[in-house]
Each structure stands twice: as C-alpha cells, then as structure tokens.
Design a protein around this ligand. Structure first.
Ligand SMILES: [Zn+2]
Length: 200
C-alpha cells in the first residue's frame, strides 16, 4: 500500500522512522528554450497576440510555464534571457493578470491536489529553472533539504527547499512559501526588471 503522509509528519518522525523516511519526487522535465518557445507560439496563436486575454484559458501547468517565460524574457535566472519582444512589450499588462489568476487557482477546491511526489516535482521544476539545487548533506534531516543560491537576493547559499513540507525559504532575504509564492516573487522581479531603464 502506498502511504500518503501528512505534510507535517516529518516533525514527528523519530529514530528508525526518520532513518527510513524518504521523500519521493516526481521527475518533471526541465523547462528548455525549445519547450518555452513552442508554448509561446501556441499561446500567441490562441489569444491572437493579446496575452492578457489568453491567461484565464490556460491550464495550471500552462500558467506556470508562462511564469517561466516572463521571468526568462525579463532576464531572470542563470541562463541567457529568452528573446521575445511581443511578450516583453505586454509583460507590464500581463503580470497583474497572471498574479490574479494564480491566486484564484490556488484554493483547496481548485488547486493541484494533495501534498506528495507530484507537488514536490512541480516545485522543484519551477525553482530548478532559476537556481541549481543540491542536497544539504547526508544526515536524515539534511537529506530532506535542498539548497542553492537565492534567485531573489542573490545570496550564494541561503536558499532552501524542504521536501517534506513542499516549501522554500531564503535565510538571506526572508522570502518563503510554496510554488505560487515562488512564482509571485519571480513575476514581481520580472516586472521591476522590465520597468528598469535600458531594458529592451
Ligand atoms: Zn534571498
């Protein structure tokens, strides 16, 4: 039988329980440039080049792919920026709409299902697009955490993902949350970047 542990169960694990606890992650593919460009081409055709009008029709996976597209277009992350001038031009109008849609979907009755490998995989897929994560160490406690550079304050090692809780936290800038909060931080930063003088 497959067990489905509550998200806070790691707090109560002791001794052998803790030693045997692992936190499986569903492996989702990385976001590649090809994938992102393909997605934008489809979206552009579907919404007749009016990004704002296309947002509410997207699936949840599509919304998060659009988050990655916007962040990459704004030059965030450790990879070369994605070049897509129409997306760049519509970013200031589309970001508030996308933020509102993410919040609307992030309710227990509308959301993406219970905690588990799939949720962990989705969080790691999004976070992994903007920072490289590695296991904190080899103890049971450390194996439950992944760490890396913070994509928001650029502190080299203060960013951590907790697999049991399916959350992240930066001990440098005190930002924290789940997948939606990470998307919100990205979009807020993307908006600031696109408003900065000198941005194409
Ligand atoms: Zn930070």
């Amino acid at each position: 039988m497959t067990s489905s542990l509550p998200t806070d169960s790691y707090l109560f694990l002791t001794g052998e329980d803790a030693e045997s606890a692992d936190w499986p992650v569903t492996p989702f593919p990385e976001y590649t440039d090809d994938h992102l460009h393909q997605f934008v081409d489809h979206l552009w055709a579907a919404c007749n080049g009016e990004l704002v009008s296309g947002i509410s029709a997207l699936s949840s996976a599509g919304l998060y792919t659009l988050v990655v597209v916007m962040a990459r277009v704004a030059g965030l992350g450790n990879q070369p920026p994605m070049v897509h001038r129409p997306v760049g031009a519509q970013l200031p109008a589309a970001v508030p709409e996308l933020l509102a849609e993410l919040r609307r979907r992030d309710r227990p009755d509308v959301g993406d299902g219970p905690a588990g490998p799939v949720r962990r995989g989705r969080l790691l897929r999004l976070v992994g697009g903007f920072t490289s994560l590695s296991q904190l160490g080899s103890t049971t406690h450390q194996r439950q955490k992944l760490s890396g550079a913070c994509p928001f304050c650029d502190d080299a090692a203060s960013f951590q993902v907790s697999l049991p809780a399916v959350t992240w936290r930066c001990f440098g800038c005190e930002r924290s949350g789940g997948r939606r909060e990470f998307a919100e931080c990205l979009l807020t930063r993307a908006l600031a970047h696109s408003a900065a003088p000198g941005h194409p």
